[in-house]
Design a protein around this ligand. Structure first.
Ligand SMILES: NC(=O)c1ccc[n+]([C@@H]2O[C@H](COP(=O)([O-])OP(=O)(O)OC[C@H]3O[C@@H](n4cnc5c(N)ncnc54)[C@H](O)[C@@H]3O)[C@@H](O)[C@H]2O)c1
Length: 268
């Protein structure tokens, strides 16, 4: 008989959590589930109104959440958000790096500024927040869990999104190396690799992508769906449920894993 009841693994009461990009989309879906599990949330985002609304929705269901305005692309913003978790909830136990951008551009249309912005937000932002969190987790000596939102585009090429794909491949590599170094401190580091998920960001990006691919929206959607055995796009809650598992005690022996949640896209 197992020592611990299942419900105990998923009870995150007393845990301090920072979710970057928690105001909308995947980050919001994650924030909702972690708050439901009892964790105290810091929503670290640049979208002020959406973040405040997310906090309101969590609190209206009895959850704990607070907004900290933080741009992952700016040095120093991570420390502020991590400190807010410690000040508000007593500790930083879980970090979910969900903030990201995914503008489309062909390889030859990706200029210096475009590449710099992509890597600054998607890759360096993750490093900034992870270092700030890990510093405190090591100091407190209680370990922790870090979940990086990568993408299937970090595992296979993404035509029309070359730099995005490269930034997410960097996230995949970062996740594995962080896991190998930080295990000794009881810190696990795993990545979520979503497939096509319906979010505010997807709605915007698909317009740029059809242009980069020189396709119609219908053809692009058809091409994508033909590769999804589960025959639907994902939603933020599909991600929230899996991140809940990765943030819970049920995944304690997992680190350095890249968890694909794509409706089966990469199996075909
Ligand atoms: N939607 C998909 O199909 C999909 C697939 C694979 C991976 N992803 C990844 O999931 C993550 C979330 O994507 P989404 O679809 O929810 O996007 P989204 O645009 O709907 O939401 C992104 C959130 O991140 C915030 N954000 C953006 N830049 C930020 C910054 N500099 N600092 C702080 N917050 C910032 C936004 O304000 C927003 O709240 C991204 O890393 C994305 O690459 C998305």
């Amino acid at each position: 008989m197992a020592e611990k009841a299942i419900a105990e693994f998923f009870d995150l009461s007393g845990k301090g959590v920072v979710v970057t990009g928690g105001a909308m989309g995947i980050g919001q879906g994650v924030a909702f589930r972690l708050a439901e599990a009892g964790a105290g949330l810091i929503i670290a985002d640049i979208a002020v109104n959406e973040a405040k609304d997310t906090v309101k929705r969590i609190r209206s269901k009895g959850g704990k959440a607070k907004f900290v305005k933080a741009d992952v692309g700016v040095v120093g913003s991570a420390e502020k958000a991590i400190q807010a978790a410690i000040d508000t909830y007593g500790s930083i136990d879980i970090l979910v790096n969900a903030a990201g951008i995914f503008p489309a551009a062909k390889f030859m249309d990706s200029d210096e500024a475009f590449v710099e912005k992509m890597f600054n937000i998607n890759f360096k932002g993750m490093i900034r927040f992870s270092q700030a969190a890990v510093r405190e987790m090591i100091r407190a000596g209680h370990g922790g869990k870090i979940i990086n939102v990568a993408s299937i585009a970090g595992l296979v090429p993404a035509r029309g999104q070359t730099m995005y794909s490269a930034s997410k491949a960097a996230v995949v590599s970062l996740t594995k190396s962080m896991a190998s170094e930080l295990g000794t401190y009881g810190i696990t580091v795993n990545a979520l690799a979503p497939g096509g998920i319906m979010t505010p960001g997807t709605a915007t990006i698909s317009k740029g992508l059809v242009k980069a691919l020189d396709m119609t929206m219908e053809d692009m959607l058809h091409m994508h769906m033909a590769r999804v055995p589960l025959n639907r796009l994902g939603d933020p809650d599909d991600m929230g449920k899996v991140v809940l598992f990765l943030a819970s005690g049920a995944s304690d022996f997992m680190t350095g894993s890249i968890v694909r949640v794509d409706g089966g896209f990469l199996t075909t």
